[in-house]
Design a binder for this molecule. Structure first.
Ligand SMILES: NC(=O)c1ccc[n+]([C@@H]2O[C@H](COP(=O)([O-])OP(=O)(O)OC[C@H]3O[C@@H](n4cnc5c(N)ncnc54)[C@H](O)[C@@H]3O)[C@@H](O)[C@H]2O)c1
Length: 286
């Protein structure tokens, strides 16, 4: 038996984030069911976890025994009802589409136990909308993990007006068991992390656009002057200019703040296919 906060966890979506979330939950001692829409996707997700742990073994950071134990705690399925039925916690990490996430929660809320906590890993959507129409909204919460999940320390918990203190306490406790440092943020556009991070990135692009300094020097200002691990332009390249542009447009509308107006340079680069690392060219050549 496990003495973790949530003994049984269902993770919906076995992509970049879902695989990482399944891994950290299993490392904390939970039994995890990892679900996706095809056998191929769940197998890929599990493979990702196995490869990450194997790297740890190769580097002497994870024992062979731990690797085997963690993998033994993860099972996979393509049936979300089967995945969620017995769960104490369901975390969704499916694509960032409101209707998809809302539909899953509406369906699963009627299947899981009354005490099961429902968590969404959305990085930008309004949690009130994600959980709209879901029975017992007191148990619903945003659980915003960061990529790569096993390495990033932050877990941003997003509370709505109906999230109960009990839910927040339970998830905060579990975040620590996962080795994460939780912060609790009100349900508001961009939460704390994306709102600040995108704001800095947009201003850096505006500075580049108006010739204040080169990309390298703007990044150096933050890295060497402010102790950031990476400059805002390089980070935008890693996240993807298109991804950040979509978030900027969303925040501009939702927050109605001029600071979130995307710079022309950014729009042009996206239109030209200069999306950052994934396209080989952004503010840097990759
Ligand atoms: N990638 C990041 O850096 C990052 C960081 C924080 C949060 N997020 C958020 O995490 C979520 C997932 O992002 P990702 O990068 O892992 O995406 P991804 O595309 O790597 O993975 C999504 C997975 O969900 C699966 N899926 C689609 N429909 C499904 C369904 N109905 N049921 C179950 N699985 C389904 C897909 O097959 C895919 O494997 C998004 O909401 C995203 O905004 C992403």
């Amino acid at each position: 038996m496990s003495d973790t906060q949530f003994a049984k966890v269902a993770v919906l979506g076995a992509g970049t984030m879902g695989a990482g979330i399944a891994q950290v939950c299993a490392q904390a001692g939970s039994q995890v069911v990892l679900q996706d829409i095809t056998e191929e996707f769940v197998a890929k997700g599990l493979q990702r976890v196995a490869a990450f742990l194997q790297k740890g073994v190769d580097r002497g950071k994870v024992t062979e025994e731990t690797r085997a134990q963690v993998l033994a705690r993860i099972t996979t399925t393509v049936d979300r009802v089967e995945a969620a039925r017995e769960a104490d916690l369901v975390v969704e990490a499916v694509p960032e589409k409101l209707e998809l996430k809302n539909g899953l929660f509406r369906e699963l809320a009627g299947i899981v136990s009354d005490t099961c906590v429902l968590g969404s890993n959305t990085s930008s959507l309004s949690l009130v909308k994600v959980f709209d129409g879901v029975a017992n909204p007191a148990r619903c919460i945003g659980m915003h993990f960061f990529n790569p999940v096993p390495l990033m320390k932050l877990l941003e918990l997003v509370r709505t007006e109906t999230t109960s203190e009990e839910t927040i306490d339970a998830v905060t406790n579990y975040a620590r068991q996962l080795g994460k440092e939780p912060i609790v943020v009100k349900d508001s556009p961009g939460f704390a992390s994306s709102r600040l991070g995108v704001c800095l990135g947009l201003e850096a692009i505006r500075m580049l656009e108006s010739g204040v300094a080169s990309a390298e020097d703007i990044d150096k200002a933050m890295v060497l002057g402010y102790g950031h691990p990476m400059g805002p332009l390089k980070l935008t390249d890693l996240v993807g200019l298109d991804v950040r542009l979509a978030i900027a447009d969303y925040l501009r509308t939702e927050l109605n703040l001029a600071g979130f107006e995307a710079p022309e340079l950014m729009r042009k680069m996206v239109a030209d296919g200069k999306l950052g690392k994934k396209s080989g060219q952004g503010f840097y050549a990759w």
